[in-house]
Design a protein around this ligand. Structure first.
Ligand code: NAD
Length: 375
């Protein structure tokens, strides 16, 4: 199980540990990051983790400046990016400096894009504090902001020099965010690691979470024992899946599309469900269920896989039903407009067995429609 990203141009580790942030000063030195440090976080993590981290770095003799953006997706904007540039350039950022992105995917994407572009690129260190960021967004170098016409339309590939995920930060993460992150963990099991999926099943079974996993999982995840043991191990295993995919496809030209499992309909549902305010992971869980149903209808997998996946999502507190009032036709139409559509055909990532997926662009609309109606 490798936790090292190795592409044609870079190699960097993903360190996942309870208390990992305490080792940051030593790690920066180890990776040759000796310039000034520019710490970006959001309002949800700044007080709790940002200030203590800046103090720890200063105590180790490092020069640190901090910048706090408002929490939430709206911060991935040209305006917020402009303020980051003002802070960096106004403060005299130099090529040898490093930008530290402490937070969830919003901070990672925004600060990552600033690091990719200011002075044509400075070093980036990702310090993810949400489950989604730990297993997904902090790894692989995709950075960017939103445009008025759509999400993530402006961006760059900029690989971090180091990713340090401190699982102790998850104790303060709202349970709903934690559950949403689990959708991506389960996704990694389905697309590439049947053993991870089975480990999650075994954990849910021993803890007695079934359809009541909503509170059970989140409460357990906040415990010291979880962080020090099984949860941290599970996160490492989910990270390994992302690493393996990035290692064979840094630029999203092939294999990396498999990470999009559940996202074609998930994105469409997320976009349309604004009134219900679904979190990304919650929408992806619905998208995964619909995709598995499509796969079963195409004869690619059995109904047993659909049911096992539904049960596991439920055990970790994730619902798979399309919210009431959301029109399947509108979901389909929105998915068709998604940027991952090539030549008018959606490229579907569909499971054939646990740990295996295929990419198909020949799914009849009628099959998608009936899968959506069924969920
Ligand atoms: N770059 C990629 O490859 C990639 C992949 C997937 C998603 N994304 C992006 O990631 C973003 C979503 O990321 P997210 O789900 O992490 O959301 P987020 O960054 O908005 O964080 C969710 C909320 O949790 C709070 N928070 C973060 N860590 C906390 C902690 N430890 N304790 C308490 N509160 C905490 C934040 O303040 C925020 O309010 C989206 O913009 C999406 O486009 C990027």
């Amino acid at each position: 199980m490798s936790l090292t990203v190795t592409t044609s141009s870079v190699t960097y580790p993903i360190i996942v540990d309870d208390g990992a942030l305490e080792t940051l000063p030593a790690r920066l030195a180890e990776f040759g990051l000796r310039g000034r440090l520019w710490l970006v976080s959001d309002a949800g993590v700044a007080a709790q983790f940002g200030e203590p981290l800046a103090e720890r770095l200063r105590a180790a003799g490092r020069e640190v400046q901090s910048f706090v953006v408002p929490s939430g997706e709206a911060s991935k904007s040209p305006e917020q990016l402009g303020q980051l540039y003002d802070w960096l350039i106004g403060g005299g950022v130099e090529r040898r400096d490093a930008l530290l992105a402490l937070g969830g995917g919003v901070v990672g994407d925004l600060a990552g894009y600033a690091a990719a572009t200011v002075l044509r690129g400075v070093a980036l260190v990702q310090l993810p504090t949400t489950l989604l960021a730990m297993v997904d967004s902090a790894i692989g170098g995709k950075t960017g902001i939103n445009h008025a016409l759509g999400k993530n339309l402006i961006g760059a590939f900029h690989q971090p020099r180091l990713v340090l995920a401190d699982t102790a930060t998850l104790t303060t993460l709202p349970p709903r965010e934690l559950r949403a992150g689990m959708a991506e963990v389960i996704k990694h099991g389905v697309i590439r690691d049947a053993g991870l999926f089975e480990e999650l099943e075994a954990l849910a079974a021993t803890r007695g979470w079934t359809d009541t996993g909503r509170d059970g999982f989140a409460a357990w995840a906040a415990s010291d024992a979880a962080r020090a043991g099984r949860l941290t191990a599970i996160i490492r295993r989910a990270v390994a899946v992302k690493v393996a995919v990035v290692n064979v496809d840094e630029r999203e030209e092939g294999e990396r599309i498999t990470l999009n499992y559940g996202h074609t309909l998930g994105h469409a549902i997320e976009k349309l469900a604004e009134g219900w305010s679904l979190l990304h992971g919650e929408a992806v869980a619905i998208g995964m269920h619909a995709a598995a149903r499509i796969a079963a209808a195409m004869g690619l997998c059995g109904e047993d896989l659909v049911e096992r996946q539904r049960a596991l999502l439920a055990a970790y507190g994730l619902a798979v039903a399309v919210p009431d009032g959301l029109d399947p036709e509108a979901v389909l139409a929105t998915a068709m407009r998604d940027k991952k559509v090539r030549a008018g055909r959606i490229r579907w990532v569909l499971p054939t067995a646990l740990g295996h997926v295929v990419v198909r662009d020949d799914v009849p609309e009628a099959v998608v429609r009936s899968a959506l109606q069924a969920v």
